[in-house]
Ligand binder design. Structure first.
Ligand SMILES: Cc1cc2nc3c(=O)[nH]c(=O)nc-3n(C[C@H](O)[C@H](O)[C@H](O)COP(=O)(O)OP(=O)(O)OC[C@H]3O[C@@H](n4cnc5c(N)ncnc54)[C@H](O)[C@@H]3O)c2cc1C
Length: 410
């Protein structure tokens, strides 16, 4: 069976490698000239353990299984990985009930964790703020997701598949037993000629363009992707010793993002962040990046106005923190006292693709829609990198269901 996979991020490559391994002829297309150019190559590099997600959700199921399979994959293929553990610290009394709920969720999801006293927390992270209470999750790890993608891409090619980088999906249509996928070289429509790839099936894993990709294939995803930029700083090398693993605040359950945290990186150094501010472009990595069509996309979506009305205060706080390194440092010093603006140097930002429903609710779980011979990944936010090998298994099943064929057990 010939399958076109759109997106050479970790989700697209993981499903492409899985289908190639079972003998499908896979063609991966990505508009960029390299692998993992967007979310996958610009994330925190954490293998999340499954602490945060509603029990029974796809995030919980695929995230917990994915943490194990991603760790094993990295070890097996020589990709840099380390199981360094994570501490979630409650520093104010109002966070204590939320920390307890988090512990309950974690246990319900089968995550190994321990509630620890302030003294125990300081044995794990000697410089952490004196927390009122903390959760220690020893199984959380860090990994080189770009390295994982390089291995997956090699697996695709070794199994006879091909990677067509610098190739953009324009549209697709299912006609009977075939999908005709129109692609175009590069980003500009006035340079180069379109080409039609004829396939038995199509899977799109287009990240920040997930909704547009689905619509271009005739499928209405009923949500809009809203891009939230996550800005990072790095601790200056002399201060990197303040953090031994990962130190997180207690997240606000109203938001899918985890709050600015301190993350040891697998190739050295400590990242601080990311925050979450609305970006002026789907791939708007800098404040000055503004694409009118992207802005019009979210301004015209009623869900955004409803979300903004409900979250005006925290939204404004995020914007202020984005504008002030001092405020950013202050958030971090709640986790590790003494971190100041001079300890931080800017690091490259990432942009999260977050699906937003018309009623203003953020789609919390992974979300996939199918049409005859087509599977579209619509919402694959964190921990989709962690869960990618399991998402691939899930997508394989969805694909086979759209084709009316049972997935052979593997
Ligand atoms: C700041 C940040 C921090 C994060 N931290 C973590 C973390 O620590 N751990 C974790 O598990 N997850 C984390 N995540 C989430 C994780 O990175 C994503 O869930 C995951 O990378 C999604 O992978 P993807 O393949 O779906 O998307 P992407 O990596 O964005 O890939 C999508 C690809 O589709 C391509 N594409 C789009 N449109 C087209 C088109 N029309 N034609 C051809 N190609 C197209 C793009 O060029 C891109 O390469 C983080 C995300 C961000 C942004």
């Amino acid at each position: 069976m010939r399958v076109v996979v759109v997106g050479a991020g970790i989700v697209g490559l993981a499903v492409a490698a899985r289908l190639a391994a079972r003998g499908d002829e896979v063609v991966v297309v990505d508009k960029e000239s390299d692998l993992a150019t967007h979310q996958t190559g610009r994330n925190s590099g954490v293998i999340h353990s499954g602490l945060y997600y509603a029990p029974g959700s796809l995030k919980a199921r695929l995230g917990v299984a994915g943490a194990a399979s991603m760790t094993a994959f990295a070890h097996e293929h020589g990709v840099a990985v380390e199981t360094c553990g994570k501490l979630v610290v409650a520093t104010s009394p109002r966070e204590l009930p939320r920390l307890a709920t988090l512990a309950e969720r974690g246990r319900a999801n089968g995550v190994g964790l321990r509630e620890v006293s302030p003294d125990e927390a300081r044995e794990i992270e000697p410089h952490v703020a004196a927390p009122l209470r903390a959760l220690h999750v020893p199984g959380t790890g860090i990994v080189d997701y770009r390295g994982v993608c390089a291995v997956l891409a090699k697996q695709v090619e070794a199994a006879g598949g091909s990677l067509r980088l610098g190739t953009r999906l324009v549209s697709a249509v299912t006609r009977g037993a075939q999908v005709e996928v129109t692609v175009h070289p590069g980003h500009r429509s006035d340079v180069g000629q379109p080409e039609v790839l004829v396939a038995d099936a199509l899977i799109t894993c287009a990240g920040l363009y997930a909704d547009r990709a689905a619509r271009a294939c005739g499928v209405d995803p009923e949500v809009r992707i809203v891009p939230f930029r996550g800005e990072y700083f790095e601790l200056v090398p002399e201060r990197a010793g303040l953090v031994s693993g990962l130190i997180y605040p207690v997240p606000d359950p109203r938001f899918p993002f985890l709050g600015v945290h301190l993350t040891k990186m697998v190739h050295g150094g400590v990242h601080a962040g990311p925050n979450a501010v609305l970006a002026g472009a789907r791939e708007g990595y800098r404040r000055r990046d503004v694409v009118p069509r992207d802005v019009a996309d979210w301004l015209s979506w009623p869900g955004l106005w409803r979300l903004a009305a409900r979250n005006a205060v925290p939204g404004a706080q995020e914007v202020l923190r984005s504008l002030s390194r001092g405020l950013f440092a202050r958030s971090l010093s709640r986790l590790v006292p003494g971190i100041g603006p001079d300890d931080l140097v800017p690091a490259p930002a990432g942009v999260r693709a977050q699906a937003l429903a018309r009623d203003g609710s953020l789609v919390q779980d992974f979300h996939v829609v199918t049409a005859p011979r087509q599977v579209h990944v619509i919402n694959a936010p964190s921990p989709a990198a962690t869960a990618s090998l399991e998402i691939a298994r899930y997508l394989e099943k969805q694909l086979d269901e759209t084709l009316g064929a049972p997935t052979p057990p593997r």
